[in-house]
Design a protein. Structure first.
Length: 261
């Protein structure tokens, strides 16, 4: 009997999701304005979490703080079990394991698509040029961009540029991918191709924290949704449950105003 009990316990431990990210009491202020006023958030490996909320609620600032592009005023960010908000932390080391895709595509205009995608794997991760190019071409082919490998960003549509930006982030094999309103600068007819790519990355098991205003996409793709209000997580829960049956009055009001637009 003891052998059976031990086996069950081992199975339970093996099935326990690995916590990849934990944010405790995160605060960020500009002057006298608190943009983040005490964010608490955790994510497990392989989980997809969408951040929703009005403009100014702190979604983009939170992502920039997690990537250490913004200095945190208070609180702690644990990533892979390490306090990355410790002043002794080297931000470049952390960013090697976190990918961030902005609203703007931020591709290097003087580099081809292939040059953009292979730059970080070669310069930051030390991969050989041939290996980096082989991996880049495999990714570009998978996401329908192989024929654009030698093109320059100015010759691509907005949707193509954003997909290249996603491929560039994925090419570094990040443990966590942060997406900041990646469809907000796109024409409506181009949004679908980018969201389809994000959905495919979810199927691959990519851990993603996504700031988005595409609520139908969040409902279909996210494991959890966090509603940010006044710089804090006001409500969070299962994506469909929160978006269809929110508990908090502020969440209900946001969703009502959003759907009325």
């Amino acid at each position: 009997m003891s052998g059976s009990a031990t086996g069950t316990a081992a199975d339970d431990v093996a099935a326990t999701p690995l916590e990849l990210l934990r944010v405790e009491g995160l605060r960020k202020r500009y002057g006298r304005h608190d943009v983040l006023s005490g964010i608490d958030l955790s994510m497990c490996a392989g989980e997809v979490v969408c951040l929703i909320g009005s403009s100014g609620s702190g979604k983009s600032t939170l992502l920039r703080c997690l990537d250490l592009l913004e200095r945190v005023d208070d609180g702690t960010v644990w990533f892979e079990g390490v306090d990355v908000t410790d002043p002794r932390t080297d931000p470049d080391v952390v960013r090697r394991r976190i990918g961030l895709v902005f609203q703007a595509y931020n591709l290097f205009p003087h580099l081809s698509v292939l040059g953009n995608v292979t730059l970080a794997p070669r310069r930051v991760h030390g991969r050989r040029r041939g290996d980096a190019q082989e991996q880049a071409m495999a990714l570009l082919d998978r996401f329908g961009l192989a024929d654009k490998a030698q093109a320059y960003p100015d010759n691509l549509s907005g949707g193509q540029q954003q997909r290249v930006a996603l491929v560039r982030a994925v090419a570094t094999r990040p443990r966590l991918l942060l997406l900041d309103e990646v469809t907000s600068a796109l024409d409506p007819e181009l949004v679908g191709e980018v969201l389809a790519m994000v959905a495919e990355l979810k199927d691959d098991g990519m851990t993603m924290l996504i700031a988005t205003h595409e609520l139908s996409f969040a409902r279909d793709v996210a494991d959890r949704v966090c509603f940010l209000h006044a710089g804090a997580v006001h409500e969070q829960g299962d994506a469909r449950q929160l978006l269809d049956f929110p508990r908090e009055p502020r969440t209900r009001d946001f969703l009502r105003r959003f759907h009325a637009r």
